[in-house]
Ligand binder design. Structure first.
Ligand SMILES: Nc1ncnc2c1ncn2[C@@H]1O[C@H](COP(=O)(O)OP(=O)(O)OP(=O)(O)OP(=O)(O)OC[C@H]2O[C@@H](n3cnc4c(N)ncnc43)[C@H](O)[C@@H]2O)[C@@H](O)[C@H]1O
Length: 273
């Protein structure tokens, strides 16, 4: 049995199938962690959703900002953006079943693998959040998404404020802050304030901001994340145990799997070169 973690699919279905074949992935024996953003920007978002859902209990996937965007469009009254490639999902005969499945995915997964406490979210972990606290905060969003108020939450989820976590945040501000850390974070300042503008390489950091993984933590938990394609799977200058998984398949890079027990990486090239 092997557990593999794969970064953002973003509709790169052909590469996903090729990578599983390259790994010799067998859902009866192996397990897959997916770091979120199954959909959008790429051409095969509907196929990605169907493929991952069909893998059943062999897969653990967390929600990314593009997955939440799909849910917000379908169920929260949000509008599609110009570059979105979500039309096929929204028109699919099995749309409601797929969206129900997506909406019930977690914001965070955590297990001991290869002897390491291993935690996966889409974007990473705020340095001041312990793994236990992060699990509790992720669960607050998961409860909201699984309840009767989910539609109202998806209507009000978008926004860049508050941009800094406080333990006394309440209501929609609290949930939005959790979502933003877990699915949108890249650069933060020493206070833990998030920047939402810069999303290219490390040299695009605003003054006073650094990648979240350059701030030290009080634990050695392995943090598995996607979201940041320009990192190309690297975390230069990291002061924590971080594994970047998004190698920019949808941007012409590659799709990468990390063997979470052995630490080996296996990639297939993007077909969008
Ligand atoms: N609470 C909330 N509030 C507000 N919005 C919310 C929200 N929740 C969900 N959303 C939604 O989130 C969605 C995404 O917003 P965006 O801001 O468009 O998404 P993003 O995830 O930040 O960018 P992208 O997908 O381009 O990221 P990537 O790292 O791949 O690529 C980034 C850049 O890196 C570049 N890049 C890729 N590989 C590179 C490389 N090797 N070198 C340099 N640059 C590279 C690419 O060209 C690209 O420009 C929106 O639809 C929005 O509505």
């Amino acid at each position: 049995m092997t557990t593999y973690a794969i970064g953002d699919l973003q509709g790169c279905h052909a590469e996903f199938v090729e990578l599983l074949e390259t790994l010799g992935f067998d859902p009866r024996r192996d397990r897959l962690w997916l770091a979120g953003d199954l959909v959008n920007r790429g051409p095969g978002s509907l196929d990605c959703l169907r493929e991952v859902e069909a893998l059943g209990d062999a897969v653990l996937t967390v929600l990314g900002n593009h997955d939440l965007h799909l849910l917000a469009v379908a169920r929260g009254g949000a509008t599609l953006n110009r570059k979105d490639t979500l039309d096929a999902i929204l028109a699919a005969p099995d749309r409601e079943r797929l969206l129900d499945w997506l909406q019930s995915r977690p914001m965070l997964v955590r297990e001991t693998l290869g002897g390491e406490d291993t935690l996966m979210t889409h974007a990473g972990l705020l340095p001041r959040w312990s793994p236990d606290q992060a699990e509790r905060l992720a669960a607050e969003v998961e409860v909201m998404l699984s309840g009767e108020q989910a539609g109202g939450f998806l209507e009000r989820m978008y926004g860049n404020a508050p941009d800094c976590w406080r333990d006394d945040l309440e209501g929609i501000d609290r949930l939005r802050a959790i979502v933003n850390v877990l699915t949108r974070m890249r650069f933060i300042d020493a206070e833990g304030r998030l920047d939402f503008a810069a999303k290219e390489g490390l040299d695009s950091a605003p003054a006073g901001f650094a990648p979240w993984f350059r701030y030290p933590r009080g634990d050695a938990t392995r943090l598995v994340f996607g979201h940041w394609a320009a990192l190309q799977g690297e975390t230069p200058g990291s002061r924590v145990n971080a594994c970047a998984l998004d190698t920019g398949c949808v941007w012409g890079g590659s799709l990468t799997a990390l063997d979470l027990e052995r630490g080996e990486r296996i990639s297939v090239p993007s077909r969008r070169r």
